[in-house]
Design a protein around this ligand. Structure first.
Ligand SMILES: [Zn+2]
Length: 830
């Protein structure tokens, strides 16, 4: 009893101590921080504990959930006084940008947003997040007098736990510093990406992923003055921090550049004192708008990337090539140092930060004042969804004629507008982001960048557009959508084919057992002409479906479609409903290759597309097991971009050939084409034009110091090209005779000799937007973009350009859907 009493007293005593002194991460976790990897829930639990112990200074917010149902969390940290005025500080900041109406008062509170662990296997940073909040609330309280710090301890919880769980089950105890040990070799796909294997640090602008969508809602409510994205790089690199490398996008202000340097110098002070190495102004540029540094920058913040050496290779400790042991403790200590140093300098310069931030939102000097976009209403509607995610305002045209830079012809031109056309202007708080996303060509201060150099929205969404130097007035609403009309006397319903919504309508009907046809030739019925690809849903095909009209109408309403009821199958011109040219859509049984021969990004894009966009089932097959698979269960096989070299030996090629000849459809994307190029029977030849510059190169040797820059002439890292399209081919139904493609490299194949070339680049192709090196351009002369090669009953479909790249090239997606449902859609049972 006495013992129990003593124990209770001791417990009570220790609890009192704890409530006075904030628990450190090490005390809370039960191990010294950095000696183990903490799982995501432990990180969340520590933040919850901190919020319990410091209720006046910390507020937690759950802002979303990942695909695997892990919580996305934010912690707001500041002085008690600021926390009592948190909403007022937020609103005041938005008023300074013009997003909220009203005049802002100068309160000189800096808002600093720290984002950790966007790449799941760069796992030191979530550990640093715990130590950083602890230090802010203990020894660095002073910084919080005039800063609000918003901490996202883990942007990518699914990726983090994929890495941490793998490491925990793999690593030796004690850990092994030998680089060759398995704990330093992550298996495919690695912990870097999210659930669908997307790189969340390429997704800020396109917001295709749930993590980005959830985050942007809060980000746009706050609009911080500083945003830091914590990363890790190779084990032999020490540490990278701001200032960033060229190219800088031209919307970046002198102040943003200067303050990056000030921040860098503040970090350098701490690193120099400890003898830690670092570099600045190299590698990490500020151009592509979808990163965790550029996106905040274009929203007015000082947006930065910090990179610690380590990454998925480093584990708890590793011997690097310079003979030093790099530990998790080192890595998290460095990230904690730069995080705190960032808050420190923000606090020292809070007044200037808020003043300069406000100035960024003056958009009166931008060249183009309005962008006017014209095209199919589904594409316009889809674009407005994206704009809503960024709180970018827009309106609809008044019907006037507008002139300026014309995107489709890449020259000055004009468009007659209608009230369905979208107008996005730069005279709004997000005006600079509008410029970045919409302008025809981003100005490159330096061609040495390794990400895409073009992303212009009108091309990505397949809309014709004018960039106008004059402000184009617009109105708020367009006509409200109509509801589809049932006609129980209809012979069938028809729906023109032009967007992903039409495709979703189709896949949904197919899965309800409805038989759907599509026309290979245009037809005219009841006074209207229907183009190739139009869906035809005939009552006579669906006699077994009792509530046929209801099913079609309910599905149409779900996807906002307006199918037209036709009372006869007789066409005034073109094929009738019963014609062999109006073909049944044979619901494909699809297999999709995954595993370490495939690019995890490309596989993830396809997985996400089927599951979250098209809503159509696929069987995922590990490519390494393909020899054991009964392929005859499927009639479509998709090979994502990948490196199939050793896997696709002659035997497997022969198996695939037989399967295609029997009626299979093989869809090869980007790098997968390498496996078939110049191989007997596959009809694909590499394009190797005479470059003719070898002699020039020989007579003018390249200086060692110029080697990197010289190589840019061979590069295309992402540029936009106008292709010619054969839109009589089923793969191109729903398109007109040209298409803007995003080219990610200079791989080049000849136009198909014995097949159908569906989209291609002709003589002397020119990039419409983005950077393309002169030598790379020559290689693309007369080259294939999309094509179909027939082999007896089946087909091989070649997609040289990956239309699902980061899932943002909306206008390319229908080529892929068409390949699945329309191209060579035979009824052969394999
Ligand atoms: Zn990273």
């Amino acid at each position: 009893m006495q013992k129990l009493f003593a124990l209770c007293t001791a417990l009570l005593f220790s609890l009192t101590i704890v409530s006075q002194n904030l628990q450190s991460p090490s005390e809370f976790l039960g191990y010294p921080i950095g000696t183990q990897f903490s799982r995501h829930h432990q990180v969340v639990d520590y933040f919850k504990q901190v919020a319990i112990e410091r209720p006046g200074q910390v507020k937690l917010e759950k802002y979303g959930e990942t695909n695997e149902r892990r919580a996305l969390m934010l912690a707001y940290v500041s002085s008690e006084e600021n926390m009592n005025n948190l909403e007022q500080i937020r609103e005041n900041n938005l008023k300074s940008t013009g997003i909220l109406k009203g005049t802002s008062t100068s309160n000189d509170i800096a808002i600093v947003w720290l984002s950790y662990n966007v790449h799941g296997n760069e796992a030191s940073s979530s550990e640093a997040a715990m130590l950083t909040i602890y230090k802010l609330l203990t020894e660095k309280q002073d910084y919080l007098k005039n800063t609000v710090v918003i901490i996202d301890p883990c942007i990518n919880p699914d990726g983090r736990d994929r890495y941490v769980n793998w490491f925990n089950e793999t690593a030796s105890s004690p850990y092994n510093i030998d680089q060759q040990a398995s704990e330093h070799r992550e298996p495919w796909p690695g912990g870097r990406p999210n659930h669908y294997l997307f790189d969340l640090n390429r997704d800020w602008a396109w917001a295709t992923q749930i993590e980005s969508q959830s985050r942007l809602k809060v980000y746009n409510k706050w609009m911080p003055h500083i945003h830091v994205d914590f990363h890790e790089q190779g084990i032999n690199e020490p540490y990278y921090f701001a200032p960033a490398a060229e190219p800088f996008h031209e919307v970046i202000s002198d102040w943003q550049r200067d303050f990056q340097t000030q921040i860098g110098k503040n970090h350098a002070k701490y690193f120099d004192a400890e003898g830690w190495l670092y570099f600045t102004r190299e590698r990490f540029d500020l151009l592509y708008p979808s990163y965790g540094d550029t996106y905040p920058t274009y929203m007015g913040a000082i947006g930065m990337t910090y990179e610690q050496g380590g990454h998925g290779r480093a584990g708890l400790g590793i011997l690097n090539d310079e003979g030093d042991v790099l530990t998790l403790v080192d890595r998290l200590t460095h990230h904690t140092t730069t995080g705190l140093s960032t808050v420190e300098i923000a606090s020292q310069n809070a007044a200037q930060l808020t003043t300069e931030f406000e100035k960024y939102f003056d958009n009166s000097k931008l060249l183009y004042q309005s962008y006017v976009l014209q095209g199919h209403e589904d594409k316009i509607a889809q674009l407005t969804k994206l704009l809503d995610q960024h709180d970018i305002s827009y309106g609809y045209a008044n019907g006037e004629k507008v002139s300026g830079y014309h995107y489709n012809s890449s020259s000055e031109g004009s468009l007659n507008t209608s009230t369905k056309d979208l107008v996005v202007s730069t005279n709004q708080p997000k005006g600079k982001m509008v410029k970045v996303l919409f302008e025809p060509n981003a100005k490159l201060s330096d061609s040495l960048t390794y990400d895409i150099t073009a992303w212009s929205i009108p091309y990505a969404y397949g809309l014709d557009a004018i960039a106008s130097k004059r402000f184009i007035s617009s109105q708020k609403t367009t006509a409200s959508p109509k509801r589809p009309v049932t006609n129980t006397k209809a012979t069938g319903y028809v729906l023109p084919w032009s967007s992903l919504l039409d495709a979703q309508f189709l896949t949904n009907l197919l899965q309800q057992g409805i038989k759907v046809r599509f026309t290979e030739k245009p037809f005219t019925a009841e006074g209207k002409t229907y183009d190739r690809g139009t869906l035809v849903i005939v009552r006579g095909d669906n006699k077994k479906i009792a509530s046929f009209d209801d099913v079609v109408m309910t599905t149409a309403t779900k996807y906002n479609r307006l199918p037209v009821a036709l009372t006869s199958g007789f066409s005034s011109s073109g094929p009738d409903f019963g014609s062999p040219d109006i073909k049944l859509v044979n619901p494909p049984k699809i297999a999709l290759l995954s595993g370490d021969s495939t690019s995890s990004l490309s596989y993830g894009e396809l997985w996400h597309f089927f599951e979250q966009q098209l809503h159509y089932p696929v069987s995922v097959i590990n490519a390494n097991a393909i020899s054991d698979i009964n392929l005859s269960k499927y009639n479509v096989l998709i090979m994502p971009n990948g490196y199939y070299g050793s896997l696709l030996d002659d035997r497997l090629l022969e198996t695939l050939k037989k399967w295609v000849q029997a009626g299979g459809k093989l869809i090869a994307i980007d790098g997968a084409l390498n496996s078939f190029a110049n191989k007997e029977g596959f009809g694909l030849q590499k394009n190797t034009p005479q470059l003719g510059t070898k002699t020039d190169a020989n007579t003018t040797p390249i200086r060692y110091a110029d080697r990197e820059r010289d190589n840019t002439k061979n590069l295309i890292t992402g540029a936009i090209f106008k292709t010619q399209v054969d839109n009589t081919h089923p793969m191109a139904f729903g398109y007109n005779d040209h298409y803007f493609t995003l080219k990610l490299g200079s791989s080049s194949y000849k136009l198909l000799d014995s097949g159908y070339t569906v989209a291609y680049l002709g003589e002397d192709p020119k990039n419409s937007s983005g950077y393309a090196g002169a030598e790379a351009l020559k290689k693309l002369n007369n080259s294939l973009v999309f094509g179909e090669h027939r082999m007896r009953n089946g087909s091989v479909i070649y997609m040289v350009d990956n239309i699902l790249f980061r899932s943002f090239w909306e206008n390319g997606k229908l080529f892929f859907v068409n390949s699945l449902f329309f191209v060579n859609n035979n009824m052969i049972e394999l």
